[in-house]
Design a protein around this ligand. Structure first.
Ligand SMILES: Cc1cc2nc3c(=O)[nH]c(=O)nc-3n(C[C@H](O)[C@H](O)[C@H](O)COP(=O)(O)OP(=O)(O)OC[C@H]3O[C@@H](n4cnc5c(N)ncnc54)[C@H](O)[C@@H]3O)c2cc1C
Length: 360
């Protein structure tokens, strides 16, 4: 049984895990190289839904949505995803929606005219097939990080920000010039996870993804994902938050600058102009680094000796963090691993490619 645990990484996954451990009377030290939520977590778009075709993934997402609702963090909002023409993408949406409904998700199929009637704020005449998930909404990532920061501090986690940490060959933690042993170490360092481990042999790829906020938008709109162009958007305080522009990244995550490119801004604003019934202007934009795995499932579990990892969220880490943070904490405490997420299922030589958009 682990009494003293180190968590490396203060994004939403590390924070959720630290909170769960500390609430079980475990002594937890959390090392964060930057500020809490300062990397991907604080830059997320905040979309949350349980629209996953795999029952395990849907369960994880639904458990997380329940947490967000209980904590009053979620604004309920339907999640619509659609294809513009017949073919593979439209067929995939139909299959996904059927599978989701079969295992109890509140998901329905719509055709283009029905989308137009249900969501009059969207231009829908080019939509061929769509599905809408009702158990969905969005959260404000910064408010969520603040909420977790309060909870870990209340649970007496020893939080050390601006302190980078690495795992030594012997499984100890090197931080701030000293080396200390723990009963268990969880590395949940997002894009910095491989660099925090002594052997960097994780099957983990990095990609950058971009987002912008534009407005004004007076109509009620759902959160939506255009599967034909892999673009998504959601309402945000009288405007819209929209994203895509993802590409693999092989630079140093520590020096990533968080900027967007002109092409993304131009094409994304033009896309909003076609989809929304009002003209919008750019307010702000940013980008962040996400982690990808070869099979699109996270690397979450025991790695070697007393070292555990939780990364490879493939762009869905925020919406699944309450359940996944809890799951890895429970595994450290002796519970069962999440089936299929074992980080040793790869030998580290496999390559990860860009996950497809923000839907599964
Ligand atoms: C533009 C954008 C939009 C997104 N939209 C969504 C969305 O709508 N819904 C969704 O579910 N997900 C979304 N995501 C993905 C989501 O942000 C991530 O999956 C999630 O935040 C991952 O959390 P994490 O804790 O694993 O990683 P991170 O948030 O990256 O946290 C890891 C932390 O570890 C720290 N760290 C790194 N190395 C070290 C070290 N050596 N020592 C100490 N600390 C270290 C970092 O500073 C960082 O704070 C989006 C991401 C981006 C960039």
């Amino acid at each position: 049984m682990a009494d003293r645990v180190a968590v490396i990484g203060g994004g939403v996954i590390g924070l959720e895990a630290a909170r769960t451990l500390a609430e079980q009377e475990i002594s937890v030290t959390l090392f964060e190289a930057d500020e809490l939520g300062g990397r991907a977590s604080g830059r997320a778009a905040g979309l949350c839904y349980d629209a996953y075709a795999d029952p395990r993934d849907a369960r994880i997402a639904a458990e997380s949505l329940t947490y967000f609702r209980e904590q009053d963090l979620l604004t309920d909002c339907p999640y619509l995803w659609f294809a513009r023409e017949d073919g593979e993408t439209a067929d995939a949406i139909e299959t996904q929606a059927r599978r989701m409904a079969d295992h109890g998700r509140d998901v329905e199929r719509l055709d283009g005219p029905a989308v137009g009637e249900r969501f009059p704020g969207l231009v829908a005449d080019d939509i061929e097939t769509a599905a809408v998930a009702h158990n969905a909404g969005y959260i404000d990532p910064e408010a969520y990080v603040d909420h977790l920061a309060d909870r870990v501090r209340t649970a007496r986690v020893d939080v050390r920000t601006d302190v980078g940490a690495t795992v030594t060959d012997a499984g100890a933690v090197r931080a701030g010039g000293s080396v200390r042993e723990y009963d268990a170490v969880l590395v949940a360092a997002g894009a910095g996870t491989a660099a925090a481990l002594p052997t960097r042999d994780l099957a983990l790829g990095l990609y950058r993804t971009q987002a912008l906020v534009a407005g004004p938008v007076d109509d009620d709109i759902p959160m939506y994902y255009d599967a034909s162009t892999e673009r998504y958007a959601r309402p945000l305080e009288g405007g819209v938050l929209a994203g895509d522009g993802s590409e693999m990244y092989d630079g140093d995550p520590d020096t990533y600058d968080g900027t967007t490119d002109e092409q993304f801004l131009t094409t994304r604003l033009a896309g909003l102009g076609e989809r929304l019934k009002t003209d919008v202007e750019l307010d702000r934009s940013w980008s962040g680094l996400c982690t990808a795995t070869p099979d699109r499932d996270p690397l979450l579990g025991h790695l070697h000796s007393e070292v555990y990892v939780a990364t490879g969220m493939c762009g869905h880490g925020l919406m699944r963090s309450p359940a996944l943070g809890r799951a890895i904490a429970e595994q450290i405490l002796g519970g069962d691993p999440v089936e299929g997420f074992d980080p040793t299922r790869f030998d580290g030589t496999e390559s990860a490619s860009l996950p497809v958009g923000v839907t599964e």
